[in-house]
Design a protein around this ligand. Structure first.
Ligand SMILES: [Zn+2]
Length: 136
């Protein structure tokens, strides 16, 4: 991943974090997806009074990318309102893994520290489309 793409993702994720709808937890998260086209798609967490309806920033950013026509995702940046970098929740790991084991996941907090993984490092043995074939 190019440094300028990573920097642009960070800017987009930080901006999205400012727009988070988090009146219940106060835990604001922004995300940015880098599509194969080079375009970047932001997302933020959107909480709901019916708590399970809440959607995470990562999945909202993926939804924005797919809605815009992207079919391959290169990387996902997660920018949480926390002193340390925060990794995606289990549901988001599964959502990212849909786009292949090599998608890069970059996590940042309020500071400049970044940690980076492949989604397969975060979710080994992910459920995949291959499991939908050959059911007996
Ligand atoms: Zn999540």
């Amino acid at each position: 991943m190019l440094q300028r793409d990573e920097d642009a993702m960070l800017e987009a994720a930080r901006q999205a974090r400012e727009n988070a709808w988090a009146p219940y937890s106060g835990f604001r998260v922004g995300a940015a997806v880098l599509g194969a086209s080079g375009r970047i798609y932001p997302g933020c967490n959107v909480e709901n009074a019916s708590y399970p309806v809440t959607t995470c920033a990562e999945r909202n950013a993926i939804g924005a990318a797919i809605s815009a026509g992207e079919r391959r995702i290169v990387a996902v940046m997660v920018c949480a309102d926390h002193k340390d970098p925060v990794t995606p929740c289990g549901m988001c790991r599964q959502a990212i893994a849909e786009f292949g084991p090599d998608v890069r996941v970059v996590c940042v907090g309020r500071g400049d520290d970044r940690v980076e993984y492949s989604v397969s490092e975060l979710l080994p043995f992910a459920f995949g489309a291959d499991k939908l074939e050959g059911r007996a």
